[in-house]
Design a protein around this ligand. Structure first.
Ligand SMILES: C=CC1=C(C)c2cc3[nH]c(cc4nc(cc5[nH]c(cc1n2)c(C)c5CCC(=O)O)C(CCC(=O)O)=C4C)c(C)c3C=C
Ligand SMILES: [Fe+2]
Length: 411
């Protein structure tokens, strides 16, 4: 059977519809039932060209969106749970699971089921391919315990290293865009596909959780090449050091010392870092390069020729960003996105920077020592300010039939 332009055969869709077609009433929101529907054919549209490569399966040993090659667009959203009912929380997590599975495959929820109520799906992806959509879910410390209260009976399942990132000397953190009970990292190669996911996930949370903050990012680059950040430097080069199954086990995936649900999961560390573009753009090329210890154009470390050549820390300036990271002798898996926002009316400067995201198996050993060392003496500090912060524990991958967080809430 020929796959349709969503990469799914009609048979696949019928199977999917049968699975999700049992539907669930979204009582609290009144949105309706989550029903998978096939998308209409759009001859000659951009969407018709998409292939299986557009689909990142949701069900796997590890959650998608962690070591998945980086997509172009990011929405990072944090929710606070507003319901006190574990049953309602589970219902929301089930809705989210069904929606994510459906959208990753290029399906949408039903639209025209009842002319008297709003369509279940908002509809803006109907002619669009899945665009390597991934939704990665993580739990914040406050999901388990808030103000000393074991909120959903999950306190005993708290992973070993989950805690808010401690306050750092140079922090300029805004609590209203930090932390949160649950985080969704939504990535896709099409911004509308990514936004459709975040928008409908917000709708599905109605009455059970509220959106605390949301950030929007982009990471443009040639596929297979390291994207550049807004300082014009290749950002993500060193990920290549652990780019293997063994490397991911050593650096990214939580191990056997963790609660069962977390084994094969990962800790997401997040910092929103404002980058002072105007001041950077007035800095000489040699000072820019000395800040990182790498060449701006080639990405090669000082004393090396190519971007991926070994880094000899002693050849880099003492306070350079890469030297400080190297001297911790730790690795993390970075998946950062750039952001741009409003103009500051007082200065006329654009608020722009990096949504720094890293995944690691043990933030106490890998991430925090790095962050501390950088806060103390990084040459980059002259050009950046950390304005938001969060840590989330992302469970291992899901298997069909399970919902997000089932093993956290049901043991
Ligand atoms: C605590 C961890 C890190 C923060 C925060 C961070 C912020 C940050 N980084 C850049 C730009 C670059 N970082 C680079 C390398 C690099 N950065 C970290 C960690 C943090 N960065 C690590 C672990 C490494 C790799 C070091 C190594 O082993 O070689 C680079 C060089 C190229 C690369 O490897 O990606 C750049 C460029 C910015 C702009 C920034 C905050 C705004
Ligand atoms: Fe860095």
């Amino acid at each position: 059977m020929e796959p349709n332009r969503t990469g799914m055969t009609r048979k696949d869709f019928l199977k999917l519809s049968a699975t999700v077609g049992a539907g669930i009433a979204i009582g609290a929101s009144g949105i309706g039932a989550i029903l998978g529907i096939p998308k209409p054919q759009a001859e000659g549209s951009k969407a018709s060209a998409h292939s299986e490569e557009d689909i990142i399966p949701m069900y796997a040993d590890h959650q998608p969106g962690i070591v998945t090659p980086q997509q172009t667009y990011l929405y990072l959203a944090a929710f606070d749970i507003t319901t006190g009912s574990k049953k309602d929380l589970i219902a929301m997590l089930k809705d989210w699971t069904r929606f994510c599975d459906l959208s990753a495959k290029g399906g949408t929820m039903s639209l025209g089921d009842n002319p008297l109520v709003p369509p279940t799906d908002t509809g803006e992806t109907l002619e669009l391919p899945p665009s390597r959509l991934t939704v990665t879910l993580g739990f914040g410390p406050s999901f388990f315990v808030r103000d000393g209260v074991n909120r959903f009976g999950a306190a005993g399942a708290m992973p070993l290293h989950l805690k808010d990132i401690p306050r750092m000397a140079r922090d300029n953190i805004d609590p209203s865009i930090s932390g949160g009970d649950i985080c969704l990292q939504i990535c896709a190669d099409d911004q509308q596909v990514a936004f459709h996911a975040v928008r409908n996930l917000i709708r599905l949370s109605t009455g059970r959780a509220s959106l605390k903050w949301m950030q929007e990012g982009f990471a443009s680059g040639t596929p297979g090449k390291t994207p550049r950040n807004l300082f014009g430097f290749k950002d993500g080069t060193a990920n290549q050091l652990h780019d293997s199954a063994q490397g991911y086990d050593d650096v990214v995936w939580a191990g056997s010392d963790e609660p069962a649900w977390m084994r094969g999961g990962s800790y997401l560390a997040y910092r929103k870092i404002q980058m002072k573009l105007e001041s950077w753009d007035r800095t000489s090329l040699s000072d820019q390069e000395a800040t990182f210890g790498r060449s701006k154009v080639s990405g090669a470390a000082f004393g090396a020729k190519g971007e991926f050549d070994a880094v000899e820390a002693s050849k880099l300036p003492e306070n350079s960003h890469v030297r400080l990271a190297k001297e911790t002798r730790q690795q993390i898996h970075r998946r950062a996105y750039s952001y741009t926002d409003k103009v500051d009316p007082r200065t006329g400067n654009v608020d722009a920077g990096l949504l720094f995201i890293s995944y690691q198996r043990n933030p106490d050993v890998q991430f925090l020592p790095m962050l501390r060392s950088m806060q103390n003496s990084d040459a980059l500090n002259a050009y950046v300010s950390h304005v938001a912060s969060a840590m989330f524990a992302c469970p291992a991958g899901l298997q069909p039939g399970l919902y997000f967080g089932q093993r956290v809430l049901e043991g």
